[in-house]
Design a protein around this ligand. Sequence first.
Ligand SMILES: C[S@@+](CC[C@H](N)C(=O)[O-])C[C@H]1O[C@@H](n2cnc3c(N)ncnc32)[C@H](O)[C@@H]1O
Length: 310
Amino acid sequence: MATVGDLLTSGTARLRASGSESARLDAELLLGWVIGAERTALIAHPEAPVGADAAAAYESAVARREAGEPVAYIRGVKEFYGLAFAVDARALIPRPETELLVVEAEHEAAWRLLCAPRPPGTPPLRIVDVGTGSGAVAVALAVVLRKRRMLPEVSVLAADVSADALDLARENAVGHAVADEIAFAQADLLPDGAPVFDLVLANLPYIPSGDIAGLPVAASFEPRLALDGGPDGLGLLRRLLAVLPSALAPEGTALLEIGFDQGPAVETLVAALGEDWSCLIREDLSHNPRVAHVERAAAGAARAAFPGDY
Ligand SMILES: C[S@@+](CC[C@H](N)C(=O)[O-])C[C@H]1O[C@@H](n2cnc3c(N)ncnc32)[C@H](O)[C@@H]1O
């Protein structure tokens, strides 16, 4: 009978030969998934025997990975913001750099709910996640706001043009017990007749069409609709920025994920909205420009008037 160590060695060699840059990690994740064990247990017990059925399932998983399929799609799960999200070919696999969007959204929501004046009768904070995909941003934010007991004061809308992605987002909302707190809408950017929003969050596709063919093969398993940002990558961001003046409340903020090299272009697009608009770009943990904060200058002034620890 094969052991954990045997299977990891053979799987790693095959995946390395197929071009995976994380062959050992991939093999550990796939074997751990098949036998229901943590990676640490695999590493601690290489001598443990693996039954024939599990070895066959591992063989099939390694073959899928050899063909380029992302480990997350094979396992059907991806961790994002410390939460397990169901993932499959209906939507983009959430990326770690997008966690910054959730961090910034939490800060923006917390500042508005805890530091700014909210007289009785103030309506809930309206938040929209445009291009929600698997629901990663909307669901993670709802979970964190629930932990902070802020959820009753917030209304979250998750929108996507893809009905398939919305189905997956709903499933993830159910999985994290926030389905009743999130509304879902199929829409090209924002639904017609939507109210103004206090926070507009978006990780829309921003890869230039011509760069898609050069992406790692794993990306070819993801929906093109989730990747392709048009000829210069900015097509959808440009369209969303154009509707912000009517979609964003006067003191609202839009948090837009951007490509590492798109900061100057996005600043130019925001400047074209008028002098009363500002754009501040925050870096991710790799020090790449990642999230553009776009708002009217009045919103920044309001924040400065009520600083606080939130
Ligand atoms: C880069 S993926 C991001 C998914 C998810 N927000 C995340 O961060 O993992 C972009 C998403 O935008 C959606 N999308 C593309 N064009 C859109 C449009 N015109 N209106 C709304 N959503 C769109 C895609 O279907 C996809 O789910």
